[in-house]
Design a protein around this ligand. Sequence first.
Ligand SMILES: [Zn+2]
Length: 282
Amino acid sequence: MQFRHSKHDVFIPDNTDPWTALRRVTHLGIVSHQDDLEIAAYHGITECFHDKNKWFGGVVVTDGAGSPRKGAYASYTDEEMQKERLLEQRKAAFVGEYSIQIQLGYPSEEVKRPRHEPCIADLKFILEHAQPEILYLHNPCDRHDTHVATFLRCIEALRDLPKEMRPKKVYGCEVWRKLDWLLANDKVMLSVDKHPHLLRPLLGVFDSQIAGGKRYDLAEEGLRHANATYFDSHTTDGAESLNFAMDMTPLIEDDQLDMEQFATRFVRRLEDDVRERVRRFM
Ligand SMILES: [Zn+2]
């Protein structure tokens, strides 16, 4: 299985042949960086873990260049750091028993180019062969440029596919800028109570990112509990931990739907909500 960038990497934890590994995927995550899957698409990973009928597939689009490095990694060259991060992503795929882990190896600058053809062609190839039921992406309100660009390339690839080959559900998930600000009706609640012990090891393998002091493992655990606790002030928690997402499915049901309009509508609804409540009590 070949992809367009020379740095691409395909890893199959149980050594099944790549075509079978790609085709059995039911839940697919496509993100920018190593460790984004374990944050954004964690719901898909835990849904599929040890389930005979479900398989998680992970796609990381960029090469991990320019990552921050501290402690034991401070002296790593950019090339060494890229190798380290690629290996860490493979470790996570092994821990989470993913069906397949694909790393496409593009520099972020390339992913940011509008309609960057090689990247879109790779994504289209993956989507057309995996045909997942559920797809986890970044969301367009994220504050990381590469995340937003990756999201756009994914929608472009999806819109190149015939409608019958597209996923049933597309979620825009939280990484940088969490989604608590969405109005209750706009929030997709993904319960992540299954296999709670998986959370720390899945993020813990990304030692190069955590060693510098950023405890993503603890932050994500706390966030998911906070999401569940603060979701509704009137009821007791139905779920102990939640990830929030935006429903991006309308963007693949209607190819004319403008992505900018669609994304900013969520923000305008928040603005209306704030205005209405303040006015009510003035
Ligand atoms: Zn990222």
